[in-house]
Design a protein around this ligand. Structure first.
Ligand SMILES: C[S@@+](CC[C@H](N)C(=O)[O-])C[C@H]1O[C@@H](n2cnc3c(N)ncnc32)[C@H](O)[C@@H]1O
Length: 293
């Protein structure tokens, strides 16, 4: 099939799907297959066909239109965590489809991983008063879920986010736990922690930084890890089966990185090899560079 044929068959296929307000599960693979065949110069035309859902009414359209001015804002991440499905019948099936993307499942997995790490830290430190710094804290859902499960924990969280709306949302969500939290509305590049931490965690942030900023921030914040502490930074793996659909439909571009690149960044930041490890969530789509001190 030449590409003109591909685009016109997509168009026919999608017309049928739009008529019934979105795909059913047995059509998901077909859509992904079509998207994989789209050439770079056909993306705009394909997006025109998809315009009925490329608005903030769907999760993918929320990403595409960026109502908060950038991709990966706290609100879309929270929609992924909460498995939000639009009540509007025109969009419902598209949101259900979105939640089956391996990348969306990996985002939920990374929150579970964060909670597990907090739980282990909480059990490890007998006095229970460890200090945690979260960079690009967004909705602060992992801390909310951890705090709900461990209401007596004395763990203290410094939460850094550039977006005032993210901080307002996170404060409201965590209203019962504010005594154990301090919010900082500042750019991680400029923030000066002024104290050291048992754990520095960041997910969904470093994928937006260029390599040189990644290394700069790693080196900068490693200084604020306590002896015996850890810093863990998430980044999407180069092996991300949802990359094309995120880029084409969500206009969501990330710096995907391999394990080797993450290891190299840590070495460039001057961290000894023996202190570097790569961990992953169960799908291996989100990698985590873990450096200890
Ligand atoms: C994709 S969200 C991830 C939120 C959270 N870490 C999570 O995994 O649920 C990224 C967050 O980083 C924030 N952010 C982006 N660039 C930032 C920067 N330079 N400094 C501080 N926060 C930033 C955004 O406002 C957003 O809330």
């Amino acid at each position: 099939m030449n590409n003109l044929d591909v685009l016109s068959s997509i168009s026919v296929f999608l017309t049928g799907i739009f008529e019934k307000y979105g795909p059913d599960p047995d059509e998901y693979a077909g859509i992904l297959e079509f998207i994989d065949q789209i050439e770079a110069d056909e993306i705009e035309e394909f997006r025109q066909t998809m315009l009925p859902i490329l608005n903030p009414g769907t999760i993918i359209g929320f990403s595409f239109t960026k109502p908060f001015g950038y991709n990966g804002d706290f609100f879309i991440i929270e929609k992924i965590y909460q498995h939000y499905v639009s009540p509007d019948p025109k969009y419902k099936k598209w949101d259900e489809f979105f939640h089956t993307f391996p990348a969306a499942i990996a985002v939920v997995n990374r929150k579970k991983l964060a909670i597990e790490i907090l739980k282990n830290l909480n059990n490890k430190i007998s006095e229970n008063n460890s200090q945690v710094l979260i960079l690009g804290s967004g909705p602060v859902s992992e801390v909310f879920e951890f705090s709900t499960k461990y209401p007596d924990s004395q763990m203290f969280f410094d939460l850094i986010d550039l977006d005032k709306r993210a901080i307002a949302y996170a404060k409201a969500k965590n209203k019962n736990f504010l005594a154990r939290m301090s919010f900082h509305n500042v750019n991680v590049i400029r923030h000066n922690p002024g104290k050291t931490y048992d754990l520095i965690w960041s997910a969904g942030l470093f994928d937006y930084f260029k390599d040189k900023h990644f290394v700069y921030l790693l080196k900068k914040y490693y200084e604020f890890v306590k002896p015996g502490g850890e810093m863990i930074i998430g980044n999407f793996n180069v092996e991300n089966p949802s990359r094309r659909i995120m880029e084409i439909l969500g206009d969501w571009f990330l710096n995907h990185r391999s394990e080797e690149e993450l290891m190299r960044f840590a070495l460039q930041a001057g961290i000894p090899k023996s202190k570097i490890e790569i961990i992953r969530e169960p799908l291996g789509i989100n990698l985590f560079l873990k450096v200890s001190k």
